[in-house]
Each structure stands twice: as structure tokens, then as C-alpha cells.
Design a protein around this ligand. Structure first.
Ligand SMILES: [Fe+2]
Ligand SMILES: [Fe+2]
Ligand SMILES: [Fe+2]
Length: 397
């Protein structure tokens, strides 16, 4: 399958937007805007297409560690706010998360050092050219995106950057001074246009990637999803592994196997749009809160449905709360619309959820979970054959 990795990332980065909402309320399209600015700076510096393409990927992913860092800090009892942009922990987390990403030419430290100061006064003490070039460009693009989101106009942004000149690479600053004189550069950053501005400046670097390689990307997003809530700490990972076991048991071909792993990784993508206050609430949910929770597979569908080559993955991933008798959500699809793979994912999701701790109950044992699920299968809610096979496959944990 011919994939443009950055088009895929741009679709998925809608998720990062959601993720940041809990942390950075006004940072809509932060990753996309930073990527656009970074790309423009790189063009100005004369960077060739292939490295520029990687730079855009790095920029889209630059804050992918925010949720992970936030979760860690919350666990350590520190106030969550400290994990925002200012905290180097999100750089460490982010660097770790993207290790498996299929960059054209991967480089160490790009995410780790994206907040380093050119004069050496940053968190890791690197200065000048010790900081990777990509990081120096992202540091500038990030600053511009942040100032823009704060509502500063172009002159105010350029003025603020001049005041903080010591933090940035002088060549990168020069490029920004040049770009800053063009009204088109700023217009392209507006909420309405930033995504299309980025898409239209993206070098056409499509590569033949198989679904196994695409899975190395979806895995990164499954980590981000899992980092959102302490109660779903390894939910997506667990599901992806169990789905893998079932697919092997049914002897699916390699392509379907990896597509199912991707669907499992991304099934709860839409949860990033649900506030933690609702997701982690230990008390009974109000009707409206329950409806908000029920919106998550809808968002999953909306994010995935425009990705070329993800047609089936979208179905499997976003049908995981539908029931065979049509009583599920968000669409109320029934057995005539739910294919076998959608049914597998629905069953594994229930099993995994039952065998995990929740704010309102402890984890169930395999036997307890199977008993409940057999009841659901008898009631015509879930696929009986998959339920029965799961009893065998997951017997030993
Ligand atoms: Fe950052
Ligand atoms: Fe950022
Ligand atoms: Fe879900």
C-alpha cells in the first residue's frame, strides 16, 4: 500500500489536539501549526524534500509525550500542570514513544531536545550546534505556535522572539524574520487554513509501507490513548495483544492480522475527546455524561475514515460498542452490519474491560468474565462463537 506518512499523521494529530485540550485549553491544532511553521522555516533554509518531510513528521509528533508525562506526575502527586510544555519530562516521554516510527532517516534526540535553548540555558544544557537542527527549528516553530494561540498578532510575535533571541538559532531567526514579512505566511496559520497550508507545502514523499509498518505508528497512538487515564493504563495495549492471539488462532493472513492490530490500537482513539473528569468519575454518571462517553467510537470513526487504506480498519475499530441486536452505540448497528472482525474486537474489548480495574469495581477473574460474556452471547448481544473460542484461548491469562 502506498502511504504518505504525513497525511496519516495529520489525520491522527486531530487526536493530539484532543489530548492537549485537557492540558492546554486553547492550543487547537498546535501540532499542525508547529509543523507548518517548521516546514516553512526549513524551506527558507533550503532544506531538501526528504529531510523536510521527516522534519514535518517530527513536528507533528513533537508534544506526543505530554499525556504520558502528565500521568506520571499525577501518580507522583505533583500538580498536573507542571507536565505541560515547560516540563522536560514530556520531551523524555515523547522521545521514547516515537522510537519505532518509520522516519526516512531517524535521528536521535529531536524530540528530547525540542525545548533546548541555543545559549545552553535549557533543561539539558546543550547549546548551539550540539542541539539537533530539527530540534532548533521545532523550538522556534513551537514558540511561534504558542504565541499565536495566545492571540498575539504578527508584530507582537516577532517582537517577543527578538526579546528572547538568545534562545534560538540565529539562522533560524533570520529565516523567521524573512517569512514574518509576508502576509501569506501568517494567513496560512489561521485555524481555517493551517491544515491545508501544511498539506499543500508537504513534499510528495509517498512510500510503499505494509500494514506491519503502519502498526508501528498506530502503536505510538495507542500509548498516548492509554496514558490518558490511570484506569485504562494498558487497555489498548492489552486489547491489541489479545486480538493478535485470536487472529493467530483463526489463522488470519498477515495483512489482516496487522490491520486488526491497528484497529485494536486505535479503537479508543475517540476517548481523547472525553474529559478525564467524566472518564475517571468513580460515582454514577449523569445521562449527559454517559452520552459524552458514548461519543468516543464516533470520534474514532471520524478520525480514521478519511485515511486511505483504512476503510476496513475504521469499521472494526469504531464498531466496538455496537451489539448484534442493535442495542449498542453510537449507531445502533445490528448483526446485518457487523462483520466477523468487528465482532471479534467487540468481544475482546468487553473481556479486557472486565478483567481490568475500574474506578467503581475491581478486576474480574477469567472465569467470572467468561460467565458474564456467555450470558451476553445467549442474550444475542455478542458473537457466541468468538466468546466460546476466547474461553479457550485466554484460559491461561
Ligand atoms: Fe513541547
Ligand atoms: Fe509544543
Ligand atoms: Fe471503547
Amino acid at each position: 500500500m502506498l502511504f504518505n506518512v504525513n497525511e496519516l499523521l495529520i489525520s491522527l494529530s486531530l487526536t493530539l489536539d484532543f489530548a492537549e485540550k485537557d492540558v492546554l485549553p486553547n492550543y487547537t491544532s498546535h501540532g499542525i501549526r508547529a509543523a507548518y511553521v517548521a516546514g516553512r522555516i526549513a524551506r527558507e533554509l533550503g532544506m531538501p524534500d526528504e529531510p523536510l518531510f521527516d522534519l514535518v513528521s517530527y513536528s507533528l509528533l513533537h508534544d506526543n509525550g505530554v499525556l504520558g508525562a502528565l500521568r506520571k506526575n499525577a501518580g507522583a502527586g505533583k500538580p498536573a500542570e507542571t507536565a505541560m510544555e515547560a516540563n522536560p519530562e514530556h520531551c523524555v516521554e515523547g522521545e521514547k514513544n516515537i522510537r519505532t516510527f518509520p522516519f526516512l532517516s531517524p535521528q536521535k534526540g529531536v524530540i528530547l531536545y525540542h525545548h533546548e535553548h541555543f545559549d545552553g540555558s535549557g533543561a539539558f544544557g546543550l547549546s548551539g550546534n550540539e542541539i539537533p537542527l530539527y530540534s532548533r527549528i521545532i523550538a522556534m516553530a513551537d514558540a511561534i505556535a504558542v504565541l499565536y494561540a495566545k492571540g498575539l498578532n504578527s508584530d507582537e510575535i516577532l517582537e517577543a522572539l527578538r526579546r528572547d533571541a538568545r534562545l534560538f538559532d540565529p539562522d533560524v531567526r533570520k529565516a523567521v524574520e524573512k517569512l514574518g514579512g509576508r502576509v501569506e505566511f501568517w494567513l496560512g496559520m489561521g485555524n481555517m487554513f493551517v491544515k491545508s497550508s501544511l498539506l499543500s507545502m508537504l513534499p510528495k514523499v509517498s512510500r510503499e509501507l505494509n500494514y506491519r509498518q503502519i502498526r508501528s505508528i498506530s502503536r505510538i497512538f495507542s500509548r498516548i490513548i492509554d496514558a490518558k487515564s490511570p484506569f485504562t493504563g494498558s487497555h489498548s495495549r492489552g486489547i491489541s495483544e489479545r486480538v493478535g492471539e485470536i487472529c493467530r488462532y483463526y489463522e488470519f493472513d498477515e495483512k489482516t492480522y496487522w490491520m486488526m492490530r491497528i484497529a485494536a490500537d486505535l479503537h479508543d482513539l475517540g476517548k481523547l475527546a472525553v474529559p478525564n473528569g467524566i472518564l475517571d468519575k468513580p460515582a454514577k454518571l449523569t445521562r449527559q455524561e454517559f452520552m459524552t462517553i458514548q461519543s468516543h467510537p464516533y470520534y474514532t470513526r471520524k478520525i480514521l475514515e478519511n485515511i486511505k487504506g483504512f476503510e476496513e480498519i475504521t469499521e472494526w475499530a469504531s464498531n466496538h460498542h455496537e451489539k448484534l441486536d442493535g442495542s449498542g452505540y453510537p449507531y445502533g448497528l445490528d448483526r446485518s452490519r457487523l462483520d466477523f472482525n468487528s465482532r471479534i474486537l467487540a468481544c475482546v474489548d468487553i473481556y479486557q474491560a472486565l478483567t481490568e480495574d475500574r474506578p467503581y469495581r475491581k478486576a474480574l477473574s477469567h472465569a467470572e468474565a467468561m460467565k458474564l460474556m456467555q450470558g451476553m452471547a445467549r442474550d444475542g448481544l455478542i458473537e457466541p462463537s468468538v466468546t466460546e473460542d476466547m474461553g479457550t484461548i485466554f484460559r491461561n491469562g
